[in-house]
Design a protein around this ligand. Structure first.
Ligand code: SF4
Length: 326
């Protein structure tokens, strides 16, 4: 460790003042403290925001589900509104990390978590995300777990969150509060692809605070679920994953929301899969045809070519599980 200052704030204005001065927000700390121990991150000032009133899960008048940024992962997963309305969110959370981590980590922190690329966490390795301009050791290194979609010459790291994949599928938005006021950013625009600046990962302005993630109201009934494929059954990140939500009425798919994890530099929405499903009747053939489109545009690296087929099979299996006709 190295010296840093620590301050605890009790209200939002205090947090924003500290954030404007360059303080780094911390709540559960399950990612940031690890990275500080490894000196990957070296913030000078930590601002503990865990006392702010952002701990509620609410349903808005319009039927949107709003999850406060400081709701713990375990609390969100168990909340009746989340479980009942969006099983895909509960399942993604319950398949993440470990029970201990889920009891500490918050929803806001979860979507802010940084990549698990081993080179990013090894301060002796070249890494454009940690040290812009230094290179990318993963490109020619061990890249079995890295991304096949949304990559750039500068970075090929995956985004590690599971619940972010569910949020992407459901077209959630992120509510922010900053020195210039409140604003809302579509989830699809919140997490940034690496491009030539992989060190910039979120569309946050200086001092901005995440206050909530909001899932819009979707037509009912909505069946949904999350499938995670990984090297071992617990406490492991996804090789591939699929978040699927389907609105089926009169035997016809009226809406389809699908995204993949473990394969993209950000949670990867699959519009071609969705379009293939809408207006069709569920069938084994339909699931297989739609899933064929899941890896469109993929650019595998030396060691992760297997993800192309694995992704298609993951999406197909989850469409079958959620949509039926097993
Ligand atoms: Fe760093 Fe990204 Fe390359 Fe990993 S993939 S070493 S995070 S630049």
């Amino acid at each position: 460790m190295y010296p840093f200052s620590f301050t605890k704030v009790s209200d939002t204005q205090g947090a924003l003042n500290a954030g404007r001065r360059g303080g780094r927000y911390i709540a559960g700390g399950t990612t940031l403290v690890d990275l500080m121990r490894e000196t990957v991150e070296r913030p000078e000032t930590l601002v503990d925001i865990s006392a702010l009133p952002l701990h509620e899960v609410t349903v808005t008048e319009g039927g949107a589900l709003r999850i406060g940024a400081l709701v713990r992962m375990a609390e969100a997963a168990a909340h009746p509104s989340v479980r009942l309305t969006y099983p895909v969110v509960s399942q993604a959370l319950e398949l993440s990390a470990s029970p201990q981590l889920r009891n500490m980590a918050t929803i806001g922190g979860n979507i802010m978590q940084r990549t698990r690329c081993a080179y990013f966490r090894d301060v002796s390795a070249a890494c454009n995300k940690r040290e812009p301009g230094s290179g990318c050791a993963a490109r020619e290194g061990v890249n079995r777990t890295h991304a096949i979609l949304g990559t750039s010459e500068s970075c090929v790291a995956t985004h590690p969150s599971d619940v972010a994949v569910a949020f992407a599928a459901l077209e959630a938005s992120v509510r922010l509060l900053g020195p210039d006021g409140a604003r809302t950013v579509a989830f699809a625009d919140f997490l940034l692809r690496p491009g030539s600046t992989p060190n910039r990962e979120q569309a946050l302005r200086k001092g901005e605070l995440i206050t909530a993630v909001e899932i819009p109201a979707h037509p009912r009934p909505l069946r949904s679920g999350y499938l995670k494929v990984r090297d071992r059954q617990s406490y492991e990140f996804a090789l591939t994953s699929a978040a699927v939500a389907l609105h089926i009425r009169g035997g016809v798919i009226r809406e389809a929301k699908v995204a993949a994890g473990g394969v993209g530099t950000v949670p990867w929405k699959l519009p071609a899969v969705e379009q293939h499903l809408i207006g069709e009747r569920p069938s084994k053939v339909l699931w297989a045809e739609a899933a064929e489109k899941a890896a469109d545009g993929a650019h595998p690296l030396q060691h992760n070519g297997f993800k192309v087929e694995l992704l298609k099979r993951t999406v197909e299996r989850q469409l079958r599980t959620v949509g039926g006709t097993k």
